[in-house]
Design a protein around this ligand. Sequence first.
Ligand code: AHM
Ligand code: MG
Length: 332
Amino acid sequence: MRRITLTRFLIEEQRHKGVIQSDLRLLIEVVARACKAIAIAIGKGNLADVLGSNATENVQGEVQKKLDVISNEILLEANEWGGHLAAMASEEMDHPYVIPHRYPKGEYLLLFDPLDGSSNIDVNVSVGTIFSVLQCPENIDHVEEHHFLQAGAKQVCAGYAVYGPTTLLVLTLGNGVHCFTLDRELGSFVLTESNLRIPEETKEFSINMSNMRHWEPPVRRYIDELLAGRTGPRGKDFNMRWVASMVADVHRILTRGGIFMYPRDAREPGKPGKLRLMYEANPMSFIVEQAGGASTDGTQRILDIQPTELHQRVAVFLGSKNEVEHVTAYHR
Ligand code: AHM
Ligand code: MG
């Protein structure tokens, strides 16, 4: 069997298709290497005393897990010296990290959620890393926060790693979605699926039902109808899955279809939803759309949202096209 490693895949994308530049190729390779390092750290668990929490909080006031901090450090250190980036922004850092002057400055901005699904770390359930790449505006001497505030449609690349029974890297460069599996003996990611497609129809949904009493009426109506099953208005039974790691829930949807929802709710009126636009919703929406799915905040396409803040939150409905359109229609 011909094995296509991530390196070969990227070189061929550059050489034959002209889809990417060498700097972007380097960027993806470096992020992939960092994900391998994160996978190793997670895999050690209690043997390396990496589980549990730090005494610190992130900018959103969430207690940081030790592995949140370790993963963030791994991504920063891996990406600062290669000359491919102008700056990085992370869910775990208050402000962007500008590449220090001692290193050459590149033309890309990298954004990441270093360890998504942190609440699952201590119970040994899948977690992941989500990343998004933007072009840095030209002729900028000093990168500032507002340079990151670009709509998701401007992403040049997005991806995620899932640290589960296998470590996977899922990637889009804007021409389809490709999945690589980490060969642990070789230490390299190998292409295992190309051009993933999300089925348009599904019988599976993903939402944290414990928040039901806080939801807005369109979401209640939609979920009530799904729960009514075969004898209800939808005329079929639906199954529910909620891992509480967005990477794992989205990966399931990429594999066999489904709809993932984290709606805005009445718990904290100032916060539209729980998930972050720049680190979670945008990259996942880019991937889902590239796989033939859809993604909205209930009223508009997520990739069209003009961000106003780096750590902005957003409601998310993504996955199988027909279901996303269904729940979005109820918001109108
Ligand atoms: P995190 O980035 O702090 O881990 O939060 C994001 C996670 C998502 O991965 C997941 O879909 C969601 O939070 C789960 O939220 P809840 O605990 O409310 O079910
Ligand atoms: Mg997250």
